[in-house]
Each structure stands twice: as C-alpha cells, then as structure tokens.
Design a protein around this ligand. Sequence first.
Ligand SMILES: Cc1cc2nc3c(=O)[nH]c(=O)nc-3n(C[C@H](O)[C@H](O)[C@H](O)COP(=O)(O)OP(=O)(O)OC[C@H]3O[C@@H](n4cnc5c(N)ncnc54)[C@H](O)[C@@H]3O)c2cc1C
Length: 322
Amino acid sequence: MTFDAVRGRSSDGWETRTPSIVDRLRTDASAPIPFSVEFSPPRDEAAEARLWRAVREFEQMRPAFVSMTYGAGGSTRDRTVRVTGQIAEETTLLPVAHLTAVSHSVDELRSMVGAYADRGISNILVLRGDPPGDPLGHWEKHPHGVEYAEELVSLVRDLGDFHVGVASFPEGHYRAVDLDQDTRVLVDKLRAGAEYSITQMFFDVDDYLRLRDRVVACDPEQGAKPIIPEIMPITSLRTVRRALALSGSALPKSLDDRFTAAAGTGAEEDRAAVREVGIALATEMGERLIAEGAPALHFITLNFARATREVLTNLGLCAARV
Ligand SMILES: Cc1cc2nc3c(=O)[nH]c(=O)nc-3n(C[C@H](O)[C@H](O)[C@H](O)COP(=O)(O)OP(=O)(O)OC[C@H]3O[C@@H](n4cnc5c(N)ncnc54)[C@H](O)[C@@H]3O)c2cc1C
C-alpha cells in the first residue's frame, strides 16, 4: 500500500505534492530568516475555537510551516487529524503532522499516515513518543509496533512521497547514554530518510551550536540537513517548569533565578513580570540564533499568538510579513 499522490493546495490551484519543509526553508540570503510555529491538539470545542483564532492570526504573519503535536487518547487523536486536515484544506498554511509510535501497531501507524495523506498532508514529524501516564517511566513498545523513531522514519518513507522530519536534542535526550550516542541516533534517523530535525526547547544557544557541530563531525552529509531550533517564549514559570520536567529537563540555574525573581513571593506568580523576562529571553536567543546562521526559528505557541508575535516583532520578522 503506498500513497503516491498526496495533494496540496497552492495559491494558484491544486498540485500533486505539497512543498517540503526543506523547500520552504530555502530563501535567498537577503530574505528574513523563516519562522514556524507549533500548535497542540485542542481537547474540546472551546480550545478548538482558541486554536483557530491563533491559526488565523499566524496565517497573516506567513510562517514557513505550522506543526501540530500528537498526543495520547483516541478522541484527541481524531480531532488532531481532523483539525490538521482543515488547516491543510482551509488555510494557506503548510501543516506538519507529528506522529508518535506510542500504543500503535505498525498497521495502525500505516493507517494514521494514510489518514494524513487523504487530507493532503505529506509533511510528517516522526517521533517515538514517551510512555503514556509517566513520560519518564519505562518505555515498552507496542507488541506489533516499533521500538525507535528510526524505524518509523523508514516505515513512513516506504509508504510514499512523504517528507519526514525528526526530533533532535541540544542537551541530549534524557535516555541517551551520552552525547555521542545521542548524536549517532540523530544521524541514523537522518540517514534513514529524514530531511531535517526540530530541536527540543533549550535555553543555552551554545548547546544548539554544539549539537550542530557534533552532527557535522559525525557525518558531514547528514550535518548539512537543517536543524531547526525550537524556542518557547515563556509567559508562565509554572507552565515551563512542568513542561521541562516532563521531558527530563529543567531551567538552567541562572535563568531559574531570573524568572523566580520576576515571579515574586506572592501566592500567585507575577505573570506580567515573568512574561517580560520570557519575551526578552526568547528575543535574545532568536538574535543569537539568526547571527549563527540557524535555518529557521520554530516557536512553541501553546495555541496563543501574542507572545510569539511580540518576539517576531522584536526580531524584525513580523512587520515584513503582515
Ligand atoms: C520537536 C519535538 C516535537 C515533539 N513532538 C511530540 C509529540 O507531538 N508528541 C509526543 O508524544 N512527543 C513529542 N516529542 C517528544 C518525543 O516523543 C520524546 O522526546 C521521546 O522521548 C523521544 O522521541 P524520539 O523521536 O527522539 O525517539 P528516538 O529517536 O527513538 O530516541 C528515543 C531514545 O532511544 C534511544 N535510541 C534511539 N535509537 C536507538 C538505538 N538504535 N539503540 C539504542 N538506543 C536508541 C535514544 O538515544 C533516545 O534516548 C517531541 C520532541 C521534539 C524534540
């Protein structure tokens, strides 16, 4: 079974293939750096309405692509496929569907890919995912599923004309033996056919630069593929601490101190002060990443446009596109 005619809509009509992310990142040197944004699946109708407000706001800012994360739970999954399909069909945005191996047999994974193909989605970010319930707990593959993301890259590539991206980890994946093994895993996923990677959020740009150097040193051909840095404009200290804990990471001490001072000692954190630090930090990171030649900036939005818009405006990347 292959899906060889994934269709997508361009401004001048239907075409047989949607552009790939790598195509979208190819801009001439004088153009501003591309940016992209990450959405999460809405859990209910109110959340879906909020997501659509963000989608429409970002549409005016013309991101290179938008990505939709993939979570556990049947009803959320159905909604995710439907909403991602609607973004492909009803907006000018280019969606990337995340896909994880969690709790799926190979047959189910094939049919998920088919469901995306049916909706004109050919860009897929392939991930292994984490154990449901406790993401840091013991990983057990589905008895008829896959063990590592690399196998899922091959599976998706074998199904047809799909453009695959994978995850990369500037600080190393929390289950990796060491940074060398972490680098080899990324290089193997790229060799299996992934065209680019998107990093986990990080806060020290040097970690990103070192990852880039490690991949080039390990395999120059794969090292030429884009490593897209992911930035989270922090607007809530509690939210970012929780998100980091779920991925086995934490804020570096100096930043934690900076945010803690802004949050204050009241029962509720001072959201306005935290937000100000968060926007300033994301702007500083963006400036340095641009200066260091990052191929694009990918923003975690939590389905809100305002904070990312402010960072893009600070970086001079918003006004040019509106
Ligand atoms: C940009 C981005 C987007 C994400 N989106 C989602 C999402 O939508 N939904 C979601 O649930 N999660 C998401 N995640 C989280 C991701 O699923 C987890 O970080 C997961 O723990 C690792 O996924 P992976 O694809 O990197 O796995 P893999 O590359 O398979 O690596 C998993 C672990 O196995 C090790 N490993 C890999 N191959 C081998 C091998 N051959 N031999 C020995 N060890 C090996 C690696 O070192 C690593 O420790 C995202 C992460 C990132 C960075």
